[in-house]
Design a protein around this ligand. Structure first.
Ligand SMILES: [Fe+2]
Ligand SMILES: [Fe+2]
Length: 204
């Protein structure tokens, strides 16, 4: 496929997701676009097919937006929805199959796990949203939305970090720095939440 066709397909899909998925803070366009940027970077670094990965990243959470954040099997549903969108475009079946397979394997909670390099690139790109500053804010939003306590939030982040699996060396490298920062942030937060004058340290 030539460069013009690639650009026109990407632009077309971008328009669809931007129009339909603009409003939601947690999994809306901004999230899709950040994951897309990470995914393309990781794919290029790892020598994966960046076109497949970019298309998949642009559509990876479309089922969450359509059916809500708590929908079951959003990866599988999203893959089916993406297939319907992509079948209308000038793409061969093999490409469509690979894009849908990336979407089907991108979730940390839902099986199946990623196997191909392209699937791993999307998985890692989406995972970078769980760690780092955006990860902290997304967890805070989750806590506010579900009326959770700060301590629930700390526990959630703790489990997220301990489960933070990354496959590619590029994804691992970016994640490592972010996880370090998030751990420090939450250690400090824990100190503040449990602050007592008798435990006061100089750093508090
Ligand atoms: Fe997802
Ligand atoms: Fe996502």
């Amino acid at each position: 496929m030539n460069k013009n066709s690639i650009t026109s397909i990407i632009n077309h899909v971008e328009k669809i997701v931007k129009k339909d998925y603009s409003g939601e803070l947690h999994h809306g366009w901004a999230h899709l676009n950040r994951v897309r940027n990470y995914a393309v970077y990781i794919a290029e670094k790892e020598g994966a097919d960046a076109f497949i990965v970019e298309l998949a990243a642009l559509m990876h959470d479309i089922a969450k937006i359509k059916y809500g954040s708590t929908v079951k099997n959003h990866a599988k549903k999203g893959a089916l929805m993406a297939g319907i969108i992509l079948e209308k475009l000038d793409l061969d079946n093999n490409t469509i199959k690979k894009v849908c397979s990336c979407i089907n394997t991108h979730s940390r909670r839902e099986p199946p796990k990623p196997k191909t390099l392209e699937e791993k690139c999307l998985f890692d790109a989406d995972g970078l949203e769980l760690v780092g500053t955006v990860g902290i804010l997304r967890t805070a939003l989750y806590a506010a939305y579900y009326d959770k306590t700060w301590n629930d939030m700390l526990r959630k982040v703790g489990s997220r970090i301990s489960k933070a699996k990354f496959y590619t060396s590029t994804g691992k490298k970016i994640a490592k720095k972010r996880i370090k920062f998030v751990k420090k942030f939450y250690e400090k937060m824990e100190l503040e939440l449990n602050w007592k004058k008798e435990n006061k340290k100089k750093k508090d």
